[in-house]
Write a protein that binds this ligand. Sequence first.
Ligand SMILES: Cc1ncc(COP(=O)(O)O)c(C=O)c1O
Length: 410
Amino acid sequence: MLNIETIRSQFPALASGAIHFDNPGGTQVAQQVIKRIQDYYLHTNANHGGEFHTSHQSDALIDQAREHAATWLNAASPKEIVFGLNMTTLTLHMSRSLAHLLKPGDEIVLTHLDHDANVAPWLLIAKDRECTVKWVDIHPEDCTLDLESLERAVSPRTKIVAVGYASNAVGTINDVKRAAQIAHSVGAVCYVDAVQYVAHGITDVQALDVDFLVCSAYKFFGPHMGILYGKYDLLDRLTAYKVRTSSPLPPDKWETGTPNFEGNVGMLGALDYFEWLADHATGGKSASLSLRERYVTAMTEIGRYEQELSCRLCEGLQTIPGLKIWGITDPARMDQRVATVSFTMDGKDPADIARALDKQGIYAWNGNFYALEVTTTLGIEDKGGLLRIGAVHYNTPAEVDRLLEVLRKV
Ligand SMILES: Cc1ncc(COP(=O)(O)O)c(C=O)c1O
């Protein structure tokens, strides 16, 4: 069981009293993150690979960050973990290398449910290499991915299947394990955007058997930096765009220039926070658990709590006249969505709703959130898109109720 007040005390910014439903755009950071970054600057700030104390310490911390990130995602090795600026930059970087797998007439499969960061990089290389793009549809009634259309879209010419783990616009969790199976059945690489999933549940790249999986720490209570997981064989085999003097081996060959050391160590702070949460959830009895077990405990508890919150949110929103939720609302299917619930209201511009909420100290995003395919497919792009309520485990039922009260007046 989670004590949400104790949880909230780990997030200094929440003391402001503001209600943060802007989380899919970026979460507040845990105090463990602030401490890691502060300690880094105070004690170990140095560049990589020097023959002196602070450089050794900095390198050791980066190694630890990589090892813990590998365990958190259940990668087979820390060498499969690449750190970078953010998901978009890592994906554009990797797409340039994956383009080497493509010949004119080959095919890339994309979905209408994805954020543009898992669409545009592939459109660009498709154009460069004269490849065809095939699209996976969505079921508009509940905004789920049509996996049958994915099956139809792949062919022996498919080289890349890019799919999201959870939608940043409508909250749907996709069956990426199945998507990877379908991709592999035709010999294609499966590239997964997990930016909006990893803060909400357990991620296990080996069980999913995906080839690449990307996420960003600022969406899971950490600083602004990104992580790319890639199967070692691919990271090793693919040609990286890099300078000649950097290491030819993964993961270093994929990390261009001087890394954001403090950001990478800050990300380790977010993982420290999950360890803290596991200890909290087990009443201080997590010491006997392995690191992976502590992460699994934390993410399981987070997922369970958020399902209750999603349920309260969906049920409450549906009582508001003229409000339509785009996405899963069935209480029995809350495990198929994250707590990102988006809606439109008859005759209301989502931007006006966001401004009205702001006046009451409630922060929420409006628009398309770069999920251009989603708002276009649903026919709401030219109507101002969506109003998105993005809850995470530090949000409370009382915050949901306050939101509903304000929305009723809107
Ligand atoms: C689903 C999804 N993918 C990708 C991104 C882009 O992430 P980044 O800002 O790390 O490039 C976002 C950002 O909101 C997102 O929500």
